[in-house]
Design a protein. Structure first.
Length: 291
């Protein structure tokens, strides 16, 4: 079931209500699109109560000095993996309970109507999947899946939570804040006694099926997304500053193909100097106004 309650705006930067002129401009843009390519970022999920990294004043980087786990650190360090999984274990019940907001539902509806050709999300929160989107690529993977680095065996993150509980029956920790990937903040003392399960099949290292910072998206996935973009006639970026190259490269490709590009994001983005249209509004407030 999808929550339709009023949005949680704790992690949404301040902005003015949609300007009627901007609504009309975006309506014109979408109406002229027959095969729309949409890319979403953390800014589409802030209205579901999930913070982003870079928003002024309310993003994780603005509020704390904490940074997400690095790929190389996770691979080489058992203590880094223990710290990651302990924090993820505490944060999972809340993170996995977040529900899609109006923006996710609108994009699902555009897909059903045949307007949206392909959706690429940089988010790992599964909210587009929960909303019912199907013509979609999760560019950076999804925290709801876990796999073994050795044998490739996959397991649902919800199932892994049960293994964590069985291995740590008396372990308890209180979280301090939450991050966009479900991470929370714990002290080293809290983490020290946390037990991490190994792969049930080969005893290998378990990793969430996400692209950590410092890692790269597979060439196969990049090529697939480029193919979907080549079939499209316009691009809409919703809720992303496009600071990460893995997503920005597709905007560069769209510019090269001379596709019209609309950007809906509170605050500046890397696309502002070449986008056909730039809108500073909440995704969940503006997108539902487009017919």
């Amino acid at each position: 079931s999808v929550s339709r309650a009023s949005p949680n705006l704790t992690f949404v930067p301040a902005c003015l209500p949609p300007d009627p002129v901007e609504v009309e401009e975006l309506q014109h843009f979408v109406s002229n699109s027959k095969r729309l390519f949409v890319m979403t970022g953390a800014g589409i999920s802030t209205e579901s109560g999930i913070p982003d990294y870079r928003s002024e004043g309310v993003g994780l980087y603005a509020r704390t000095d904490r940074r997400p786990v690095q790929h190389a650190e996770f691979i080489r360090s058992a203590s880094a993996r223990q710290r990651y999984w302990a924090r993820n274990f505490v944060g999972w019940p809340q993170f996995s309970s977040h529900q899609p907001n109006k923006a996710h539902l609108v994009l699902r509806d555009w897909e059903k109507l045949g307007k949206l050709h392909w959706l690429v999300t940089q988010n790992v929160d599964a909210l587009h999947t929960k909303a019912g989107s199907q013509r979609m690529t999760e560019l950076h993977g999804c925290t709801h899946r876990v796999f073994c680095l050795s044998c490739g065996d996959q397991i649902l993150r919800s199932e892994l939570q049960e293994h964590f509980e069985a291995l740590n029956p008396t372990w308890k920790a209180e979280a301090f804040g939450v991050a966009p990937d479900g991470d929370v903040f714990l002290t080293d003392e809290q983490v020290r006694s946390f037990q991490v399960p190994a792969c049930r099949k080969c005893g290998g290292i378990l990793k969430p099926d996400v692209t950590f910072f410092g890692d790269t998206v597979s060439q196969e996935k990049v090529s697939f997304v480029h193919q979907r973009l080549a079939e499209s006639d316009s691009m809409l970026v919703a809720g992303s500053s496009m600071q990460v190259y893995s997503g920005y490269r597709f905007a560069l490709a769209a510019r090269e193909k001379k596709l019209p590009i609309a950007v809906l994001n509170i605050g500046p983005t890397r696309l502002d100097h070449f986008a056909s249209l730039k809108l500073n509004s909440r995704c969940g407030e503006l997108l539902p106004l487009i017919v």
